[in-house]
Design a protein around this ligand. Structure first.
Ligand SMILES: C[S@@+](CC[C@H](N)C(=O)[O-])C[C@H]1O[C@@H](n2cnc3c(N)ncnc32)[C@H](O)[C@@H]1O
Length: 371
């Protein structure tokens, strides 16, 4: 779809996937960062906020975020600051009107700013000001959701990721990029987007190879910019990849919760959302054999390993699985099959289904397989 001109536009079916994952993640993010005494303030920054609503009445991302906070059952003690940046005046004005309607439903401590301007310049202002004052940014989830490839420089993402508890949730606009990759006019934007000139190599590739090359490069650049964990999922219209969402964080817990958020929306483990066509894939079963194999490979030569260490591996972006699946989908079946043994308080315990904090697990070496 070419970038729409009007204030509102129709929501394409695959866009729902991006909002559902955002909603699921925020449901976990608000209490993790906002409860307890640790953080006085947390930020949700929507850098390409849009008008807050689609033509058919569906919620835009700023409203999804405000609603999750308004409906959250836990008491979020931290002050929640919403910072919505939108370049087009009519869309920013539309969003301001929606914010006024939402204001009474939010905790009195919440603050909401709608800034009419560009993401790059507005974020740079904020980051410069913090730097001058020698301060760090409060824990933040920064959503970066453009229509195309312009206006989201890796240099800004690097400055965001330099703050300890800041995460990015960004749209990597594959279809637009694939169209523009050979057009000289887009070179400066692509250089900024990747923070590198290396993307030019993809011009000589086609189809899946080009896609893998550009996705791989972007992932590498995000890591260089400070993301220790990178999780991605893909939004399709039919069989056509429209774009991918990349999530970058410094913390394995963030990656775990993001993977959980994605599995809820893509329950077959393919990390893909096909707008309007979910029913077609309902005959699939998620396959957890790869989780068991990954654990076996990672730990079979490690002897007795603590359950914490195993959880940390599953939590990280080294697997597509999350810790909510570890016990039921991996440890219990592996123990039943005699592939692991479990020690609690230094004693080998009988087969069971409980893996307490202090337990140790030994992944038995697999018997060699003969063809
Ligand atoms: C894909 S839409 C955002 C949709 C919104 N995040 C949602 O999910 O509801 C992109 C929005 O960014 C705005 N925009 C375009 N360039 C921008 C820039 N450089 N900085 C901030 N906003 C921009 C557009 O006007 C448009 O409203």
């Amino acid at each position: 779809m070419a970038a729409p001109k009007g204030t509102l536009w129709p929501r394409e079916p695959h866009t729902e996937g991006k909002h559902l994952v955002l909603e699921n993640y925020l449901k976990a993010w608000f209490p993790i960062l906002g409860m307890g005494e640790r953080n006085r303030r947390i930020l949700f920054i929507d850098g390409f906020a849009g008008p807050g609503k689609y033509e058919d009445g569906a919620e835009g991302s700023p409203v999804v975020a405000m609603r999750v906070l308004a409906e959250h059952p836990a008491e979020i003690k931290a002050e929640v600051v919403f910072f919505f940046i939108e370049r087009k005046r009519d869309r920013a004005d539309h969003l301001k009107r929606l914010v006024a309607q939402w204001r009474p439903r939010l905790p009195a401590t919440a603050k909401i700013h709608v800034r009419e301007g560009s993401f790059d310049a507005s974020m740079t202002d904020v980051l410069d000001e913090l730097e001058v004052r020698g301060r760090k940014m409060a824990p933040a989830l920064v959503m970066i959701d453009p229509f195309g490839v312009k206006g989201m420089p890796m240099s800004v993402i690097r400055r965001i990721m330099a703050n300890r508890n800041c995460e990015v949730y960004l749209s990597f606009m594959w279809e637009a990029m694939n169209r523009f990759v050979s057009e000289p006019e887009f070179e400066p934007s692509m250089d900024e987007l990747f923070g590198s000139r290396e993307w030019r190599k993809a011009r000589n590739l086609a189809g899946g190879e080009r896609r893998a090359s550009l996705h791989g490069l972007y992932q590498k650049q995000l890591r260089e910019a400070g993301a220790k964990q990178v999780v991605q999922f893909h939004l399709f219209a039919g069989n056509r990849l429209k774009y991918s969402v990349f999530f970058g964080t410094r913390h394995p817990l963030g990656s775990d919760r993001m993977k959980q958020a994605i599995w809820k929306v893509a329950p077959f483990g393919d990390f893909s959302f096909r707008g309007g066509e979910r029913a077609q894939t309902s005959f699939l079963e998620p396959d957890f054999a790869p989780l068991q194999e990954a654990l076996q490979e990672q730990f079979e030569e490690a002897g007795w390993v603590s359950i914490e260490k195993i959880s940390e591996f599953v939590r990280s972006d080294a697997t597509i699985f999350h810790t909510g699946q570890l016990r039921l989908q991996a440890l219990i079946p592996m123990e039943r099959a005699g592939r692991i043994e479990v020690k609690v308080n230094d004693r080998i315990r009988k087969k069971g289904s409980n893996y307490p904090k202090n337990c140790l697990i030994n992944f038995r070496p697999e018997a060699p397989r003969f063809l």
